[in-house]
Design a protein around this ligand. Structure first.
Ligand code: AMP
Length: 253
């Protein structure tokens, strides 16, 4: 039965208001709450549901991140994944780790561990790149089903319903394949305390990034990061007639 690799990224929690660093080199991450990228929770949930349906046999979770990324791996293990690989990235280098590097790492680990399917989030909410799944499929020369809102796995094949501009597309892929999870694929489960406790005993293999022998040369340079412009508050009008008159004045009606 198939073995699935799920990628989980440690990101600034979606509830945290993002602040740009004073030197404009990036956003503040020190002392800020982090959690698993929300689309990755959906990817883990999908893999766990497949295992519950007995269409896959094993779930390997991979996170390339700083020491505390083990927390995201443990969360995935508490949700039902079997074991994890923590690709250890020094804290100072994490911000400069780009999708092309992660793709090479995931492709390498997928081959080394005889994985049949990779499920990733459609995008990480910190960089909004939406590149890793596509590039991982490229490096492996595997078919890809991105923006999945429904996944059905049968023997040797997987059917993916994709959310695309203007509708839904149904595609069939031969496995091995790469899938990226969209928002409506499922609703991730909460982890119960017994499962969190059990997850502490599951295997998390530590692999320093330097040992993977992957080219980590940056392909992209961040020139500067700015806060979005503050939106001006609109006028409050007394009634609908005034609103219509204003819209006519502005030639919007
Ligand atoms: P991105 O292309 O950066 O928007 O990321 C898309 C997806 O790739 C994420 O939702 C994760 O599933 C996976 N991914 C990206 N970065 C990492 C990382 N550092 N470790 C593990 N998985 C990652």
């Amino acid at each position: 039965m198939a073995k699935v690799l799920v990628g989980v990224k440690r990101v600034v929690d979606y509830n945290v208001p993002i602040m740009v660093k004073s030197d404009k080199t990036g956003v503040m991450t020190d002392g800020v709450a982090h959690s698993m990228n929300p689309f990755d929770e959906i990817a883990v949930e999908e893999a766990v549901r497949m295992k519950e349906k007995k269409v896959i046999s094993e779930i390997l979770v991979v996170s390339c991140g700083p020491p505390r990324a083990e927390e995201e791996i443990r969360t995935a293990l508490a949700m039902g994944a079997d074991w994890g690989i923590h690709v250890q990235v020094p804290e100072k280098d994490y911000e400069s780790l780009q999708p092309i590097h992660v793709s090479k790492i995931l492709a390498k680990l997928a081959k080394e561990n005889n994985v049949d399917m990779i499920i990733l989030g459609k995008q990480a909410i910190d960089d909004d790149c939406n590149q890793t799944a596509q590039m991982t499929a490229g490096y492996l020369d595997w078919p890809q089903g991105t923006f999945a809102s429904k996944v059905e796995k049968t023997d040797g094949e997987v059917t993916v319903l994709r959310e695309i501009d203007g509708g839904l597309e149904n595609i069939k892929l031969k496995i091995p394949a790469v899938i990226s999870a969209d928002l409506r694929l499922n609703e991730p489960r909460y982890c119960t305390l017994p499962k969190i406790m059990k997850a502490k005993k599951k295997l998390v293999k530590k692999v320093p990034i330097a040992e993977l022998d992957v080219d980590l040369t940056p392909r992209m340079e961040v020139l500067r990061v700015d806060e979005p412009p503050v939106r001006q508050c609109g006028p409050i009008l007394p009634d609908v007639d005034t609103l219509i008159a204003r819209l006519r004045e502005a030639k919007l009606l």
